[in-house]
Design a protein around this ligand. Sequence first.
Ligand code: COA
Length: 535
Amino acid sequence: MTVLGTGLDTASPEYAENRAALLAKLDELAAEHAKAVAGGGEKYVERHRRRGKLLARERIELLLDPDTPFLELSPLAAWGSASPEYTVGASLVTGIGVIEGVECLVTANDPTVRGGASNPWTLKKALRANEIAYANRLPVVSLVESGGADLPSQKEIFIPGGALFKDLTRLSAAGIPTVAVVFGNSTAGGAYVPGMSDHVIMVKERAKVFLGGPPLVKMATGEESDDESLGGAEMHARTSGLADYFAVDEPDALRQARRVVARLNWRKAHPEPALPEPPKYDADELLGIVPGDLKTPFDPREVIARLVDGSDFDEFKPLYGLSLTTGWARLHGYPVGILANAQGVLFSAESQKAAQFIQLANQRDVPLLFLHNTTGYMVGKEYEQGGIIKHGAMMINAVSNSTVPHLSVLMGASYGAGHYGMCGRAYDPRFLFAWPSAKSAVMGPQQLAGVLSIVARASAAAKGQPYDDEADAGLRAMVEQQIESESLPMFLSGRLYDDGVIDPRDTRTVLGLCLSAIHTAPVEGARGGFGVFRM
Ligand code: COA
């Protein structure tokens, strides 16, 4: 055994300070999560209940196996959207839960938010959910009740929104089951959700599935009709054949959905691992590790020791490239290779170490976990001359062409190309989460404001114009503030640049749920297939 020790002094003032700062951020986060749960607010929730309907999360709860977790994804979607401002959560709930013992990707429209209509953030969130289902081979269950496209923002969603229906049929073609349960409105484009799903359940006198409602039909053909005869559950179950199952009410529909999943004969590619040993140290201590000021480095082994089974970690190349810690461990029984930034900056040695380590994980079919706290690749004459570009490129090449599943957690800084090399969002990690202590941007706010100022000064000099130093100071402060706010986790989560902001104490559980979902699909590393490694 190679159990990690700890040097964390839980009695130190730094620890107390870090912990207090993180707890304050967690309070803010909880307030934003509460907004997503509140949906359209009291008035619309009340109205929904008066109609005898269940809320989106209540539907999910009845769908899932009792007392099993639901890993909700992107709960902060649309956070920070302004003019128009969309409700936090983007009128859609998505996540991974267990139905009849099968891990499924569940989506549920929130009809209390503008009739469950899809705005640009809803679309992004739905497409991300489909991506997760596809990559991990998770059956998809869609709980449908939506006013379709959010009409005022139709220009943002109509054309890209077609991908929703394409995704459903591609999932089906890949043999991944899709189930639609229709609780209410599912008209126009929305009619293709049941239309493209393998299995369809509709609720009596509630489901409305038609290409055009009665007014549109009247306009188009002059025909008189009503909702029920055009698209009711009974009509679709008895006449059109679009509904496979007719449910008498919402709980009945959810019960039938569970029966459909029970009969999918769905098997995971990898068996469940044996029950793991917990870490030797308390997860609560994760709150005191990351300093409020990200310029102060911290030892990522303190984090690893609180995440992995038995705190057991076999470090790879511990004496080489010290600014990146790499090594092997298990997490909830699943093998993982971990890459964690130690001192912030990535140098040539770290980049080469990372590329080699990623290749090894691919040879052994071991998923990779990236723990971010990097300010990027080292700049400066010495480093440029030493080949930092080609070495960073090696790492980015390895990350891009690696085919084992990747998980990313932004603990602290995730700046510049370091975000890419550590498998940032654009590098398709299977899942990416941020701690409230994280920050991500092209560079730090002060550096960015400083660079802008130097460029502006040089530009003025080139034109022979005087430079206003007072205005410059004001501009710098403004830019710094803007970049700072745009680099915060809630802002980035609002834009769907991660799958959620999590409590550091939940990291092991969240990653365990992800690893379990990931092992539904075969884990196969790339044996070759990397780009040209520039030596
Ligand atoms: N785009 C934008 N806003 C929408 C919307 C849409 N597609 N559908 C509903 N809303 C808004 C409503 O204007 C209303 O806003 P308000 O409360 O500020 O007045 C709010 O959402 C609730 O709608 P309401 O009609 O009161 O809810 P409902 O539960 O009685 O009915 C629908 C819900 C979806 C059946 C109904 O709103 C509807 O038919 N909407 C239009 C559907 C449509 O044609 N979509 C285009 C398909 S591509």
